[in-house]
Design a protein around this ligand. Structure first.
Ligand code: ZN
Length: 161
C-alpha cells in the first residue's frame, strides 16, 4: 500500500527552520501523527512529498513558504489601543489572542506592548519561513467512510470525538 488519496497515514517527523537550522517541533516523544491524505490536513508541500511513499520510507523535504504557511504580510502587523485589551489579564509579549474578523477567527500574537498601544501580528508564526521536514512513514491504511466524510483521521493518533 502506498500513500494516496483517502489513506490514513501515520508519520513521525522533525520540523526544522531552514533559515537558521532550529528544531521547531519533533514527534519523537509521542505517538506517530495520523492524518487523512488528500484532505488538506497537512501543509501542501508536505502532503505532495508524501504522495506515493511506502511504509518504512524515510525522506527529507525542503518546503518554501508558498507551500507551507504562506508569505509574511507586513499588513498583518497592526497597532491596537491598549484600552481595547483591558479585559485580558496578565497581558504579555508572545501571548496569542483569537479575534473575530470578517474572514473568521484570526490568531493575533502580541509582539510589543507600549504605553497606550499594543502591536499585534496576524501572520502565522511560521509565515515566510522555509521549512525542512525529516519524515518517516510508520503505517498506511484505508480510511473509513466516516473519516472521509469528516475529512480527518480518527483513532488514538488522530481526531478524537
Ligand atoms: Zn471525525
Amino acid at each position: 500500500m502506498t500513500v494516496a488519496q483517502d489513506k490514513v497515514v501515520s508519520i513521525h517527523y522533525k520540523l526544522i527552520n531552514a533559515d537558521n537550522g532550529d528544531l521547531i517541533e519533533s514527534s519523537k516523544d509521542r505517538p506517530a501523527m495520523a492524518y487523512l491524505h488528500g484532505a488538506n490536513n497537512l501543509i501542501p508541500g508536505l502532503e505532495k512529498a508524501l504522495e506515493g511513499k511506502n511504509v518504512g520510507d524515510e525522506f527529507q523535504v525542503t518546503i518554501a513558504p508558498e507551500d507551507a504557511y504562506g508569505p509574511r504580510h507586513d499588513s498583518g502587523v497592526q497597532k491596537v489601543p491598549l484600552e481595547a485589551l483591558k479585559d485580558i489579564e496578565n497581558i504579555e509579549v508572545g501571548m496569542v489572542l483569537t479575534a473575530q474578523t470578517e474572514q473568521g477567527p484570526a490568531n493575533l500574537q502580541i509582539i510589543e506592548i507600549g504605553e497606550t498601544e499594543v502591536t499585534v501580528d496576524a501572520n502565522h508564526p511560521l509565515a515566510g519561513t522555509t521549512l525542512i521536514f525529516d519524515v518517516s512513514v510508520e503505517s498506511i491504511r484505508d480510511a473509513s467512510a466516516e473519516e472521509i466524510e469528516h475529512g480527518h483521521a480518527h483513532g488514538p493518533e488522530g481526531h478524537q470525538h
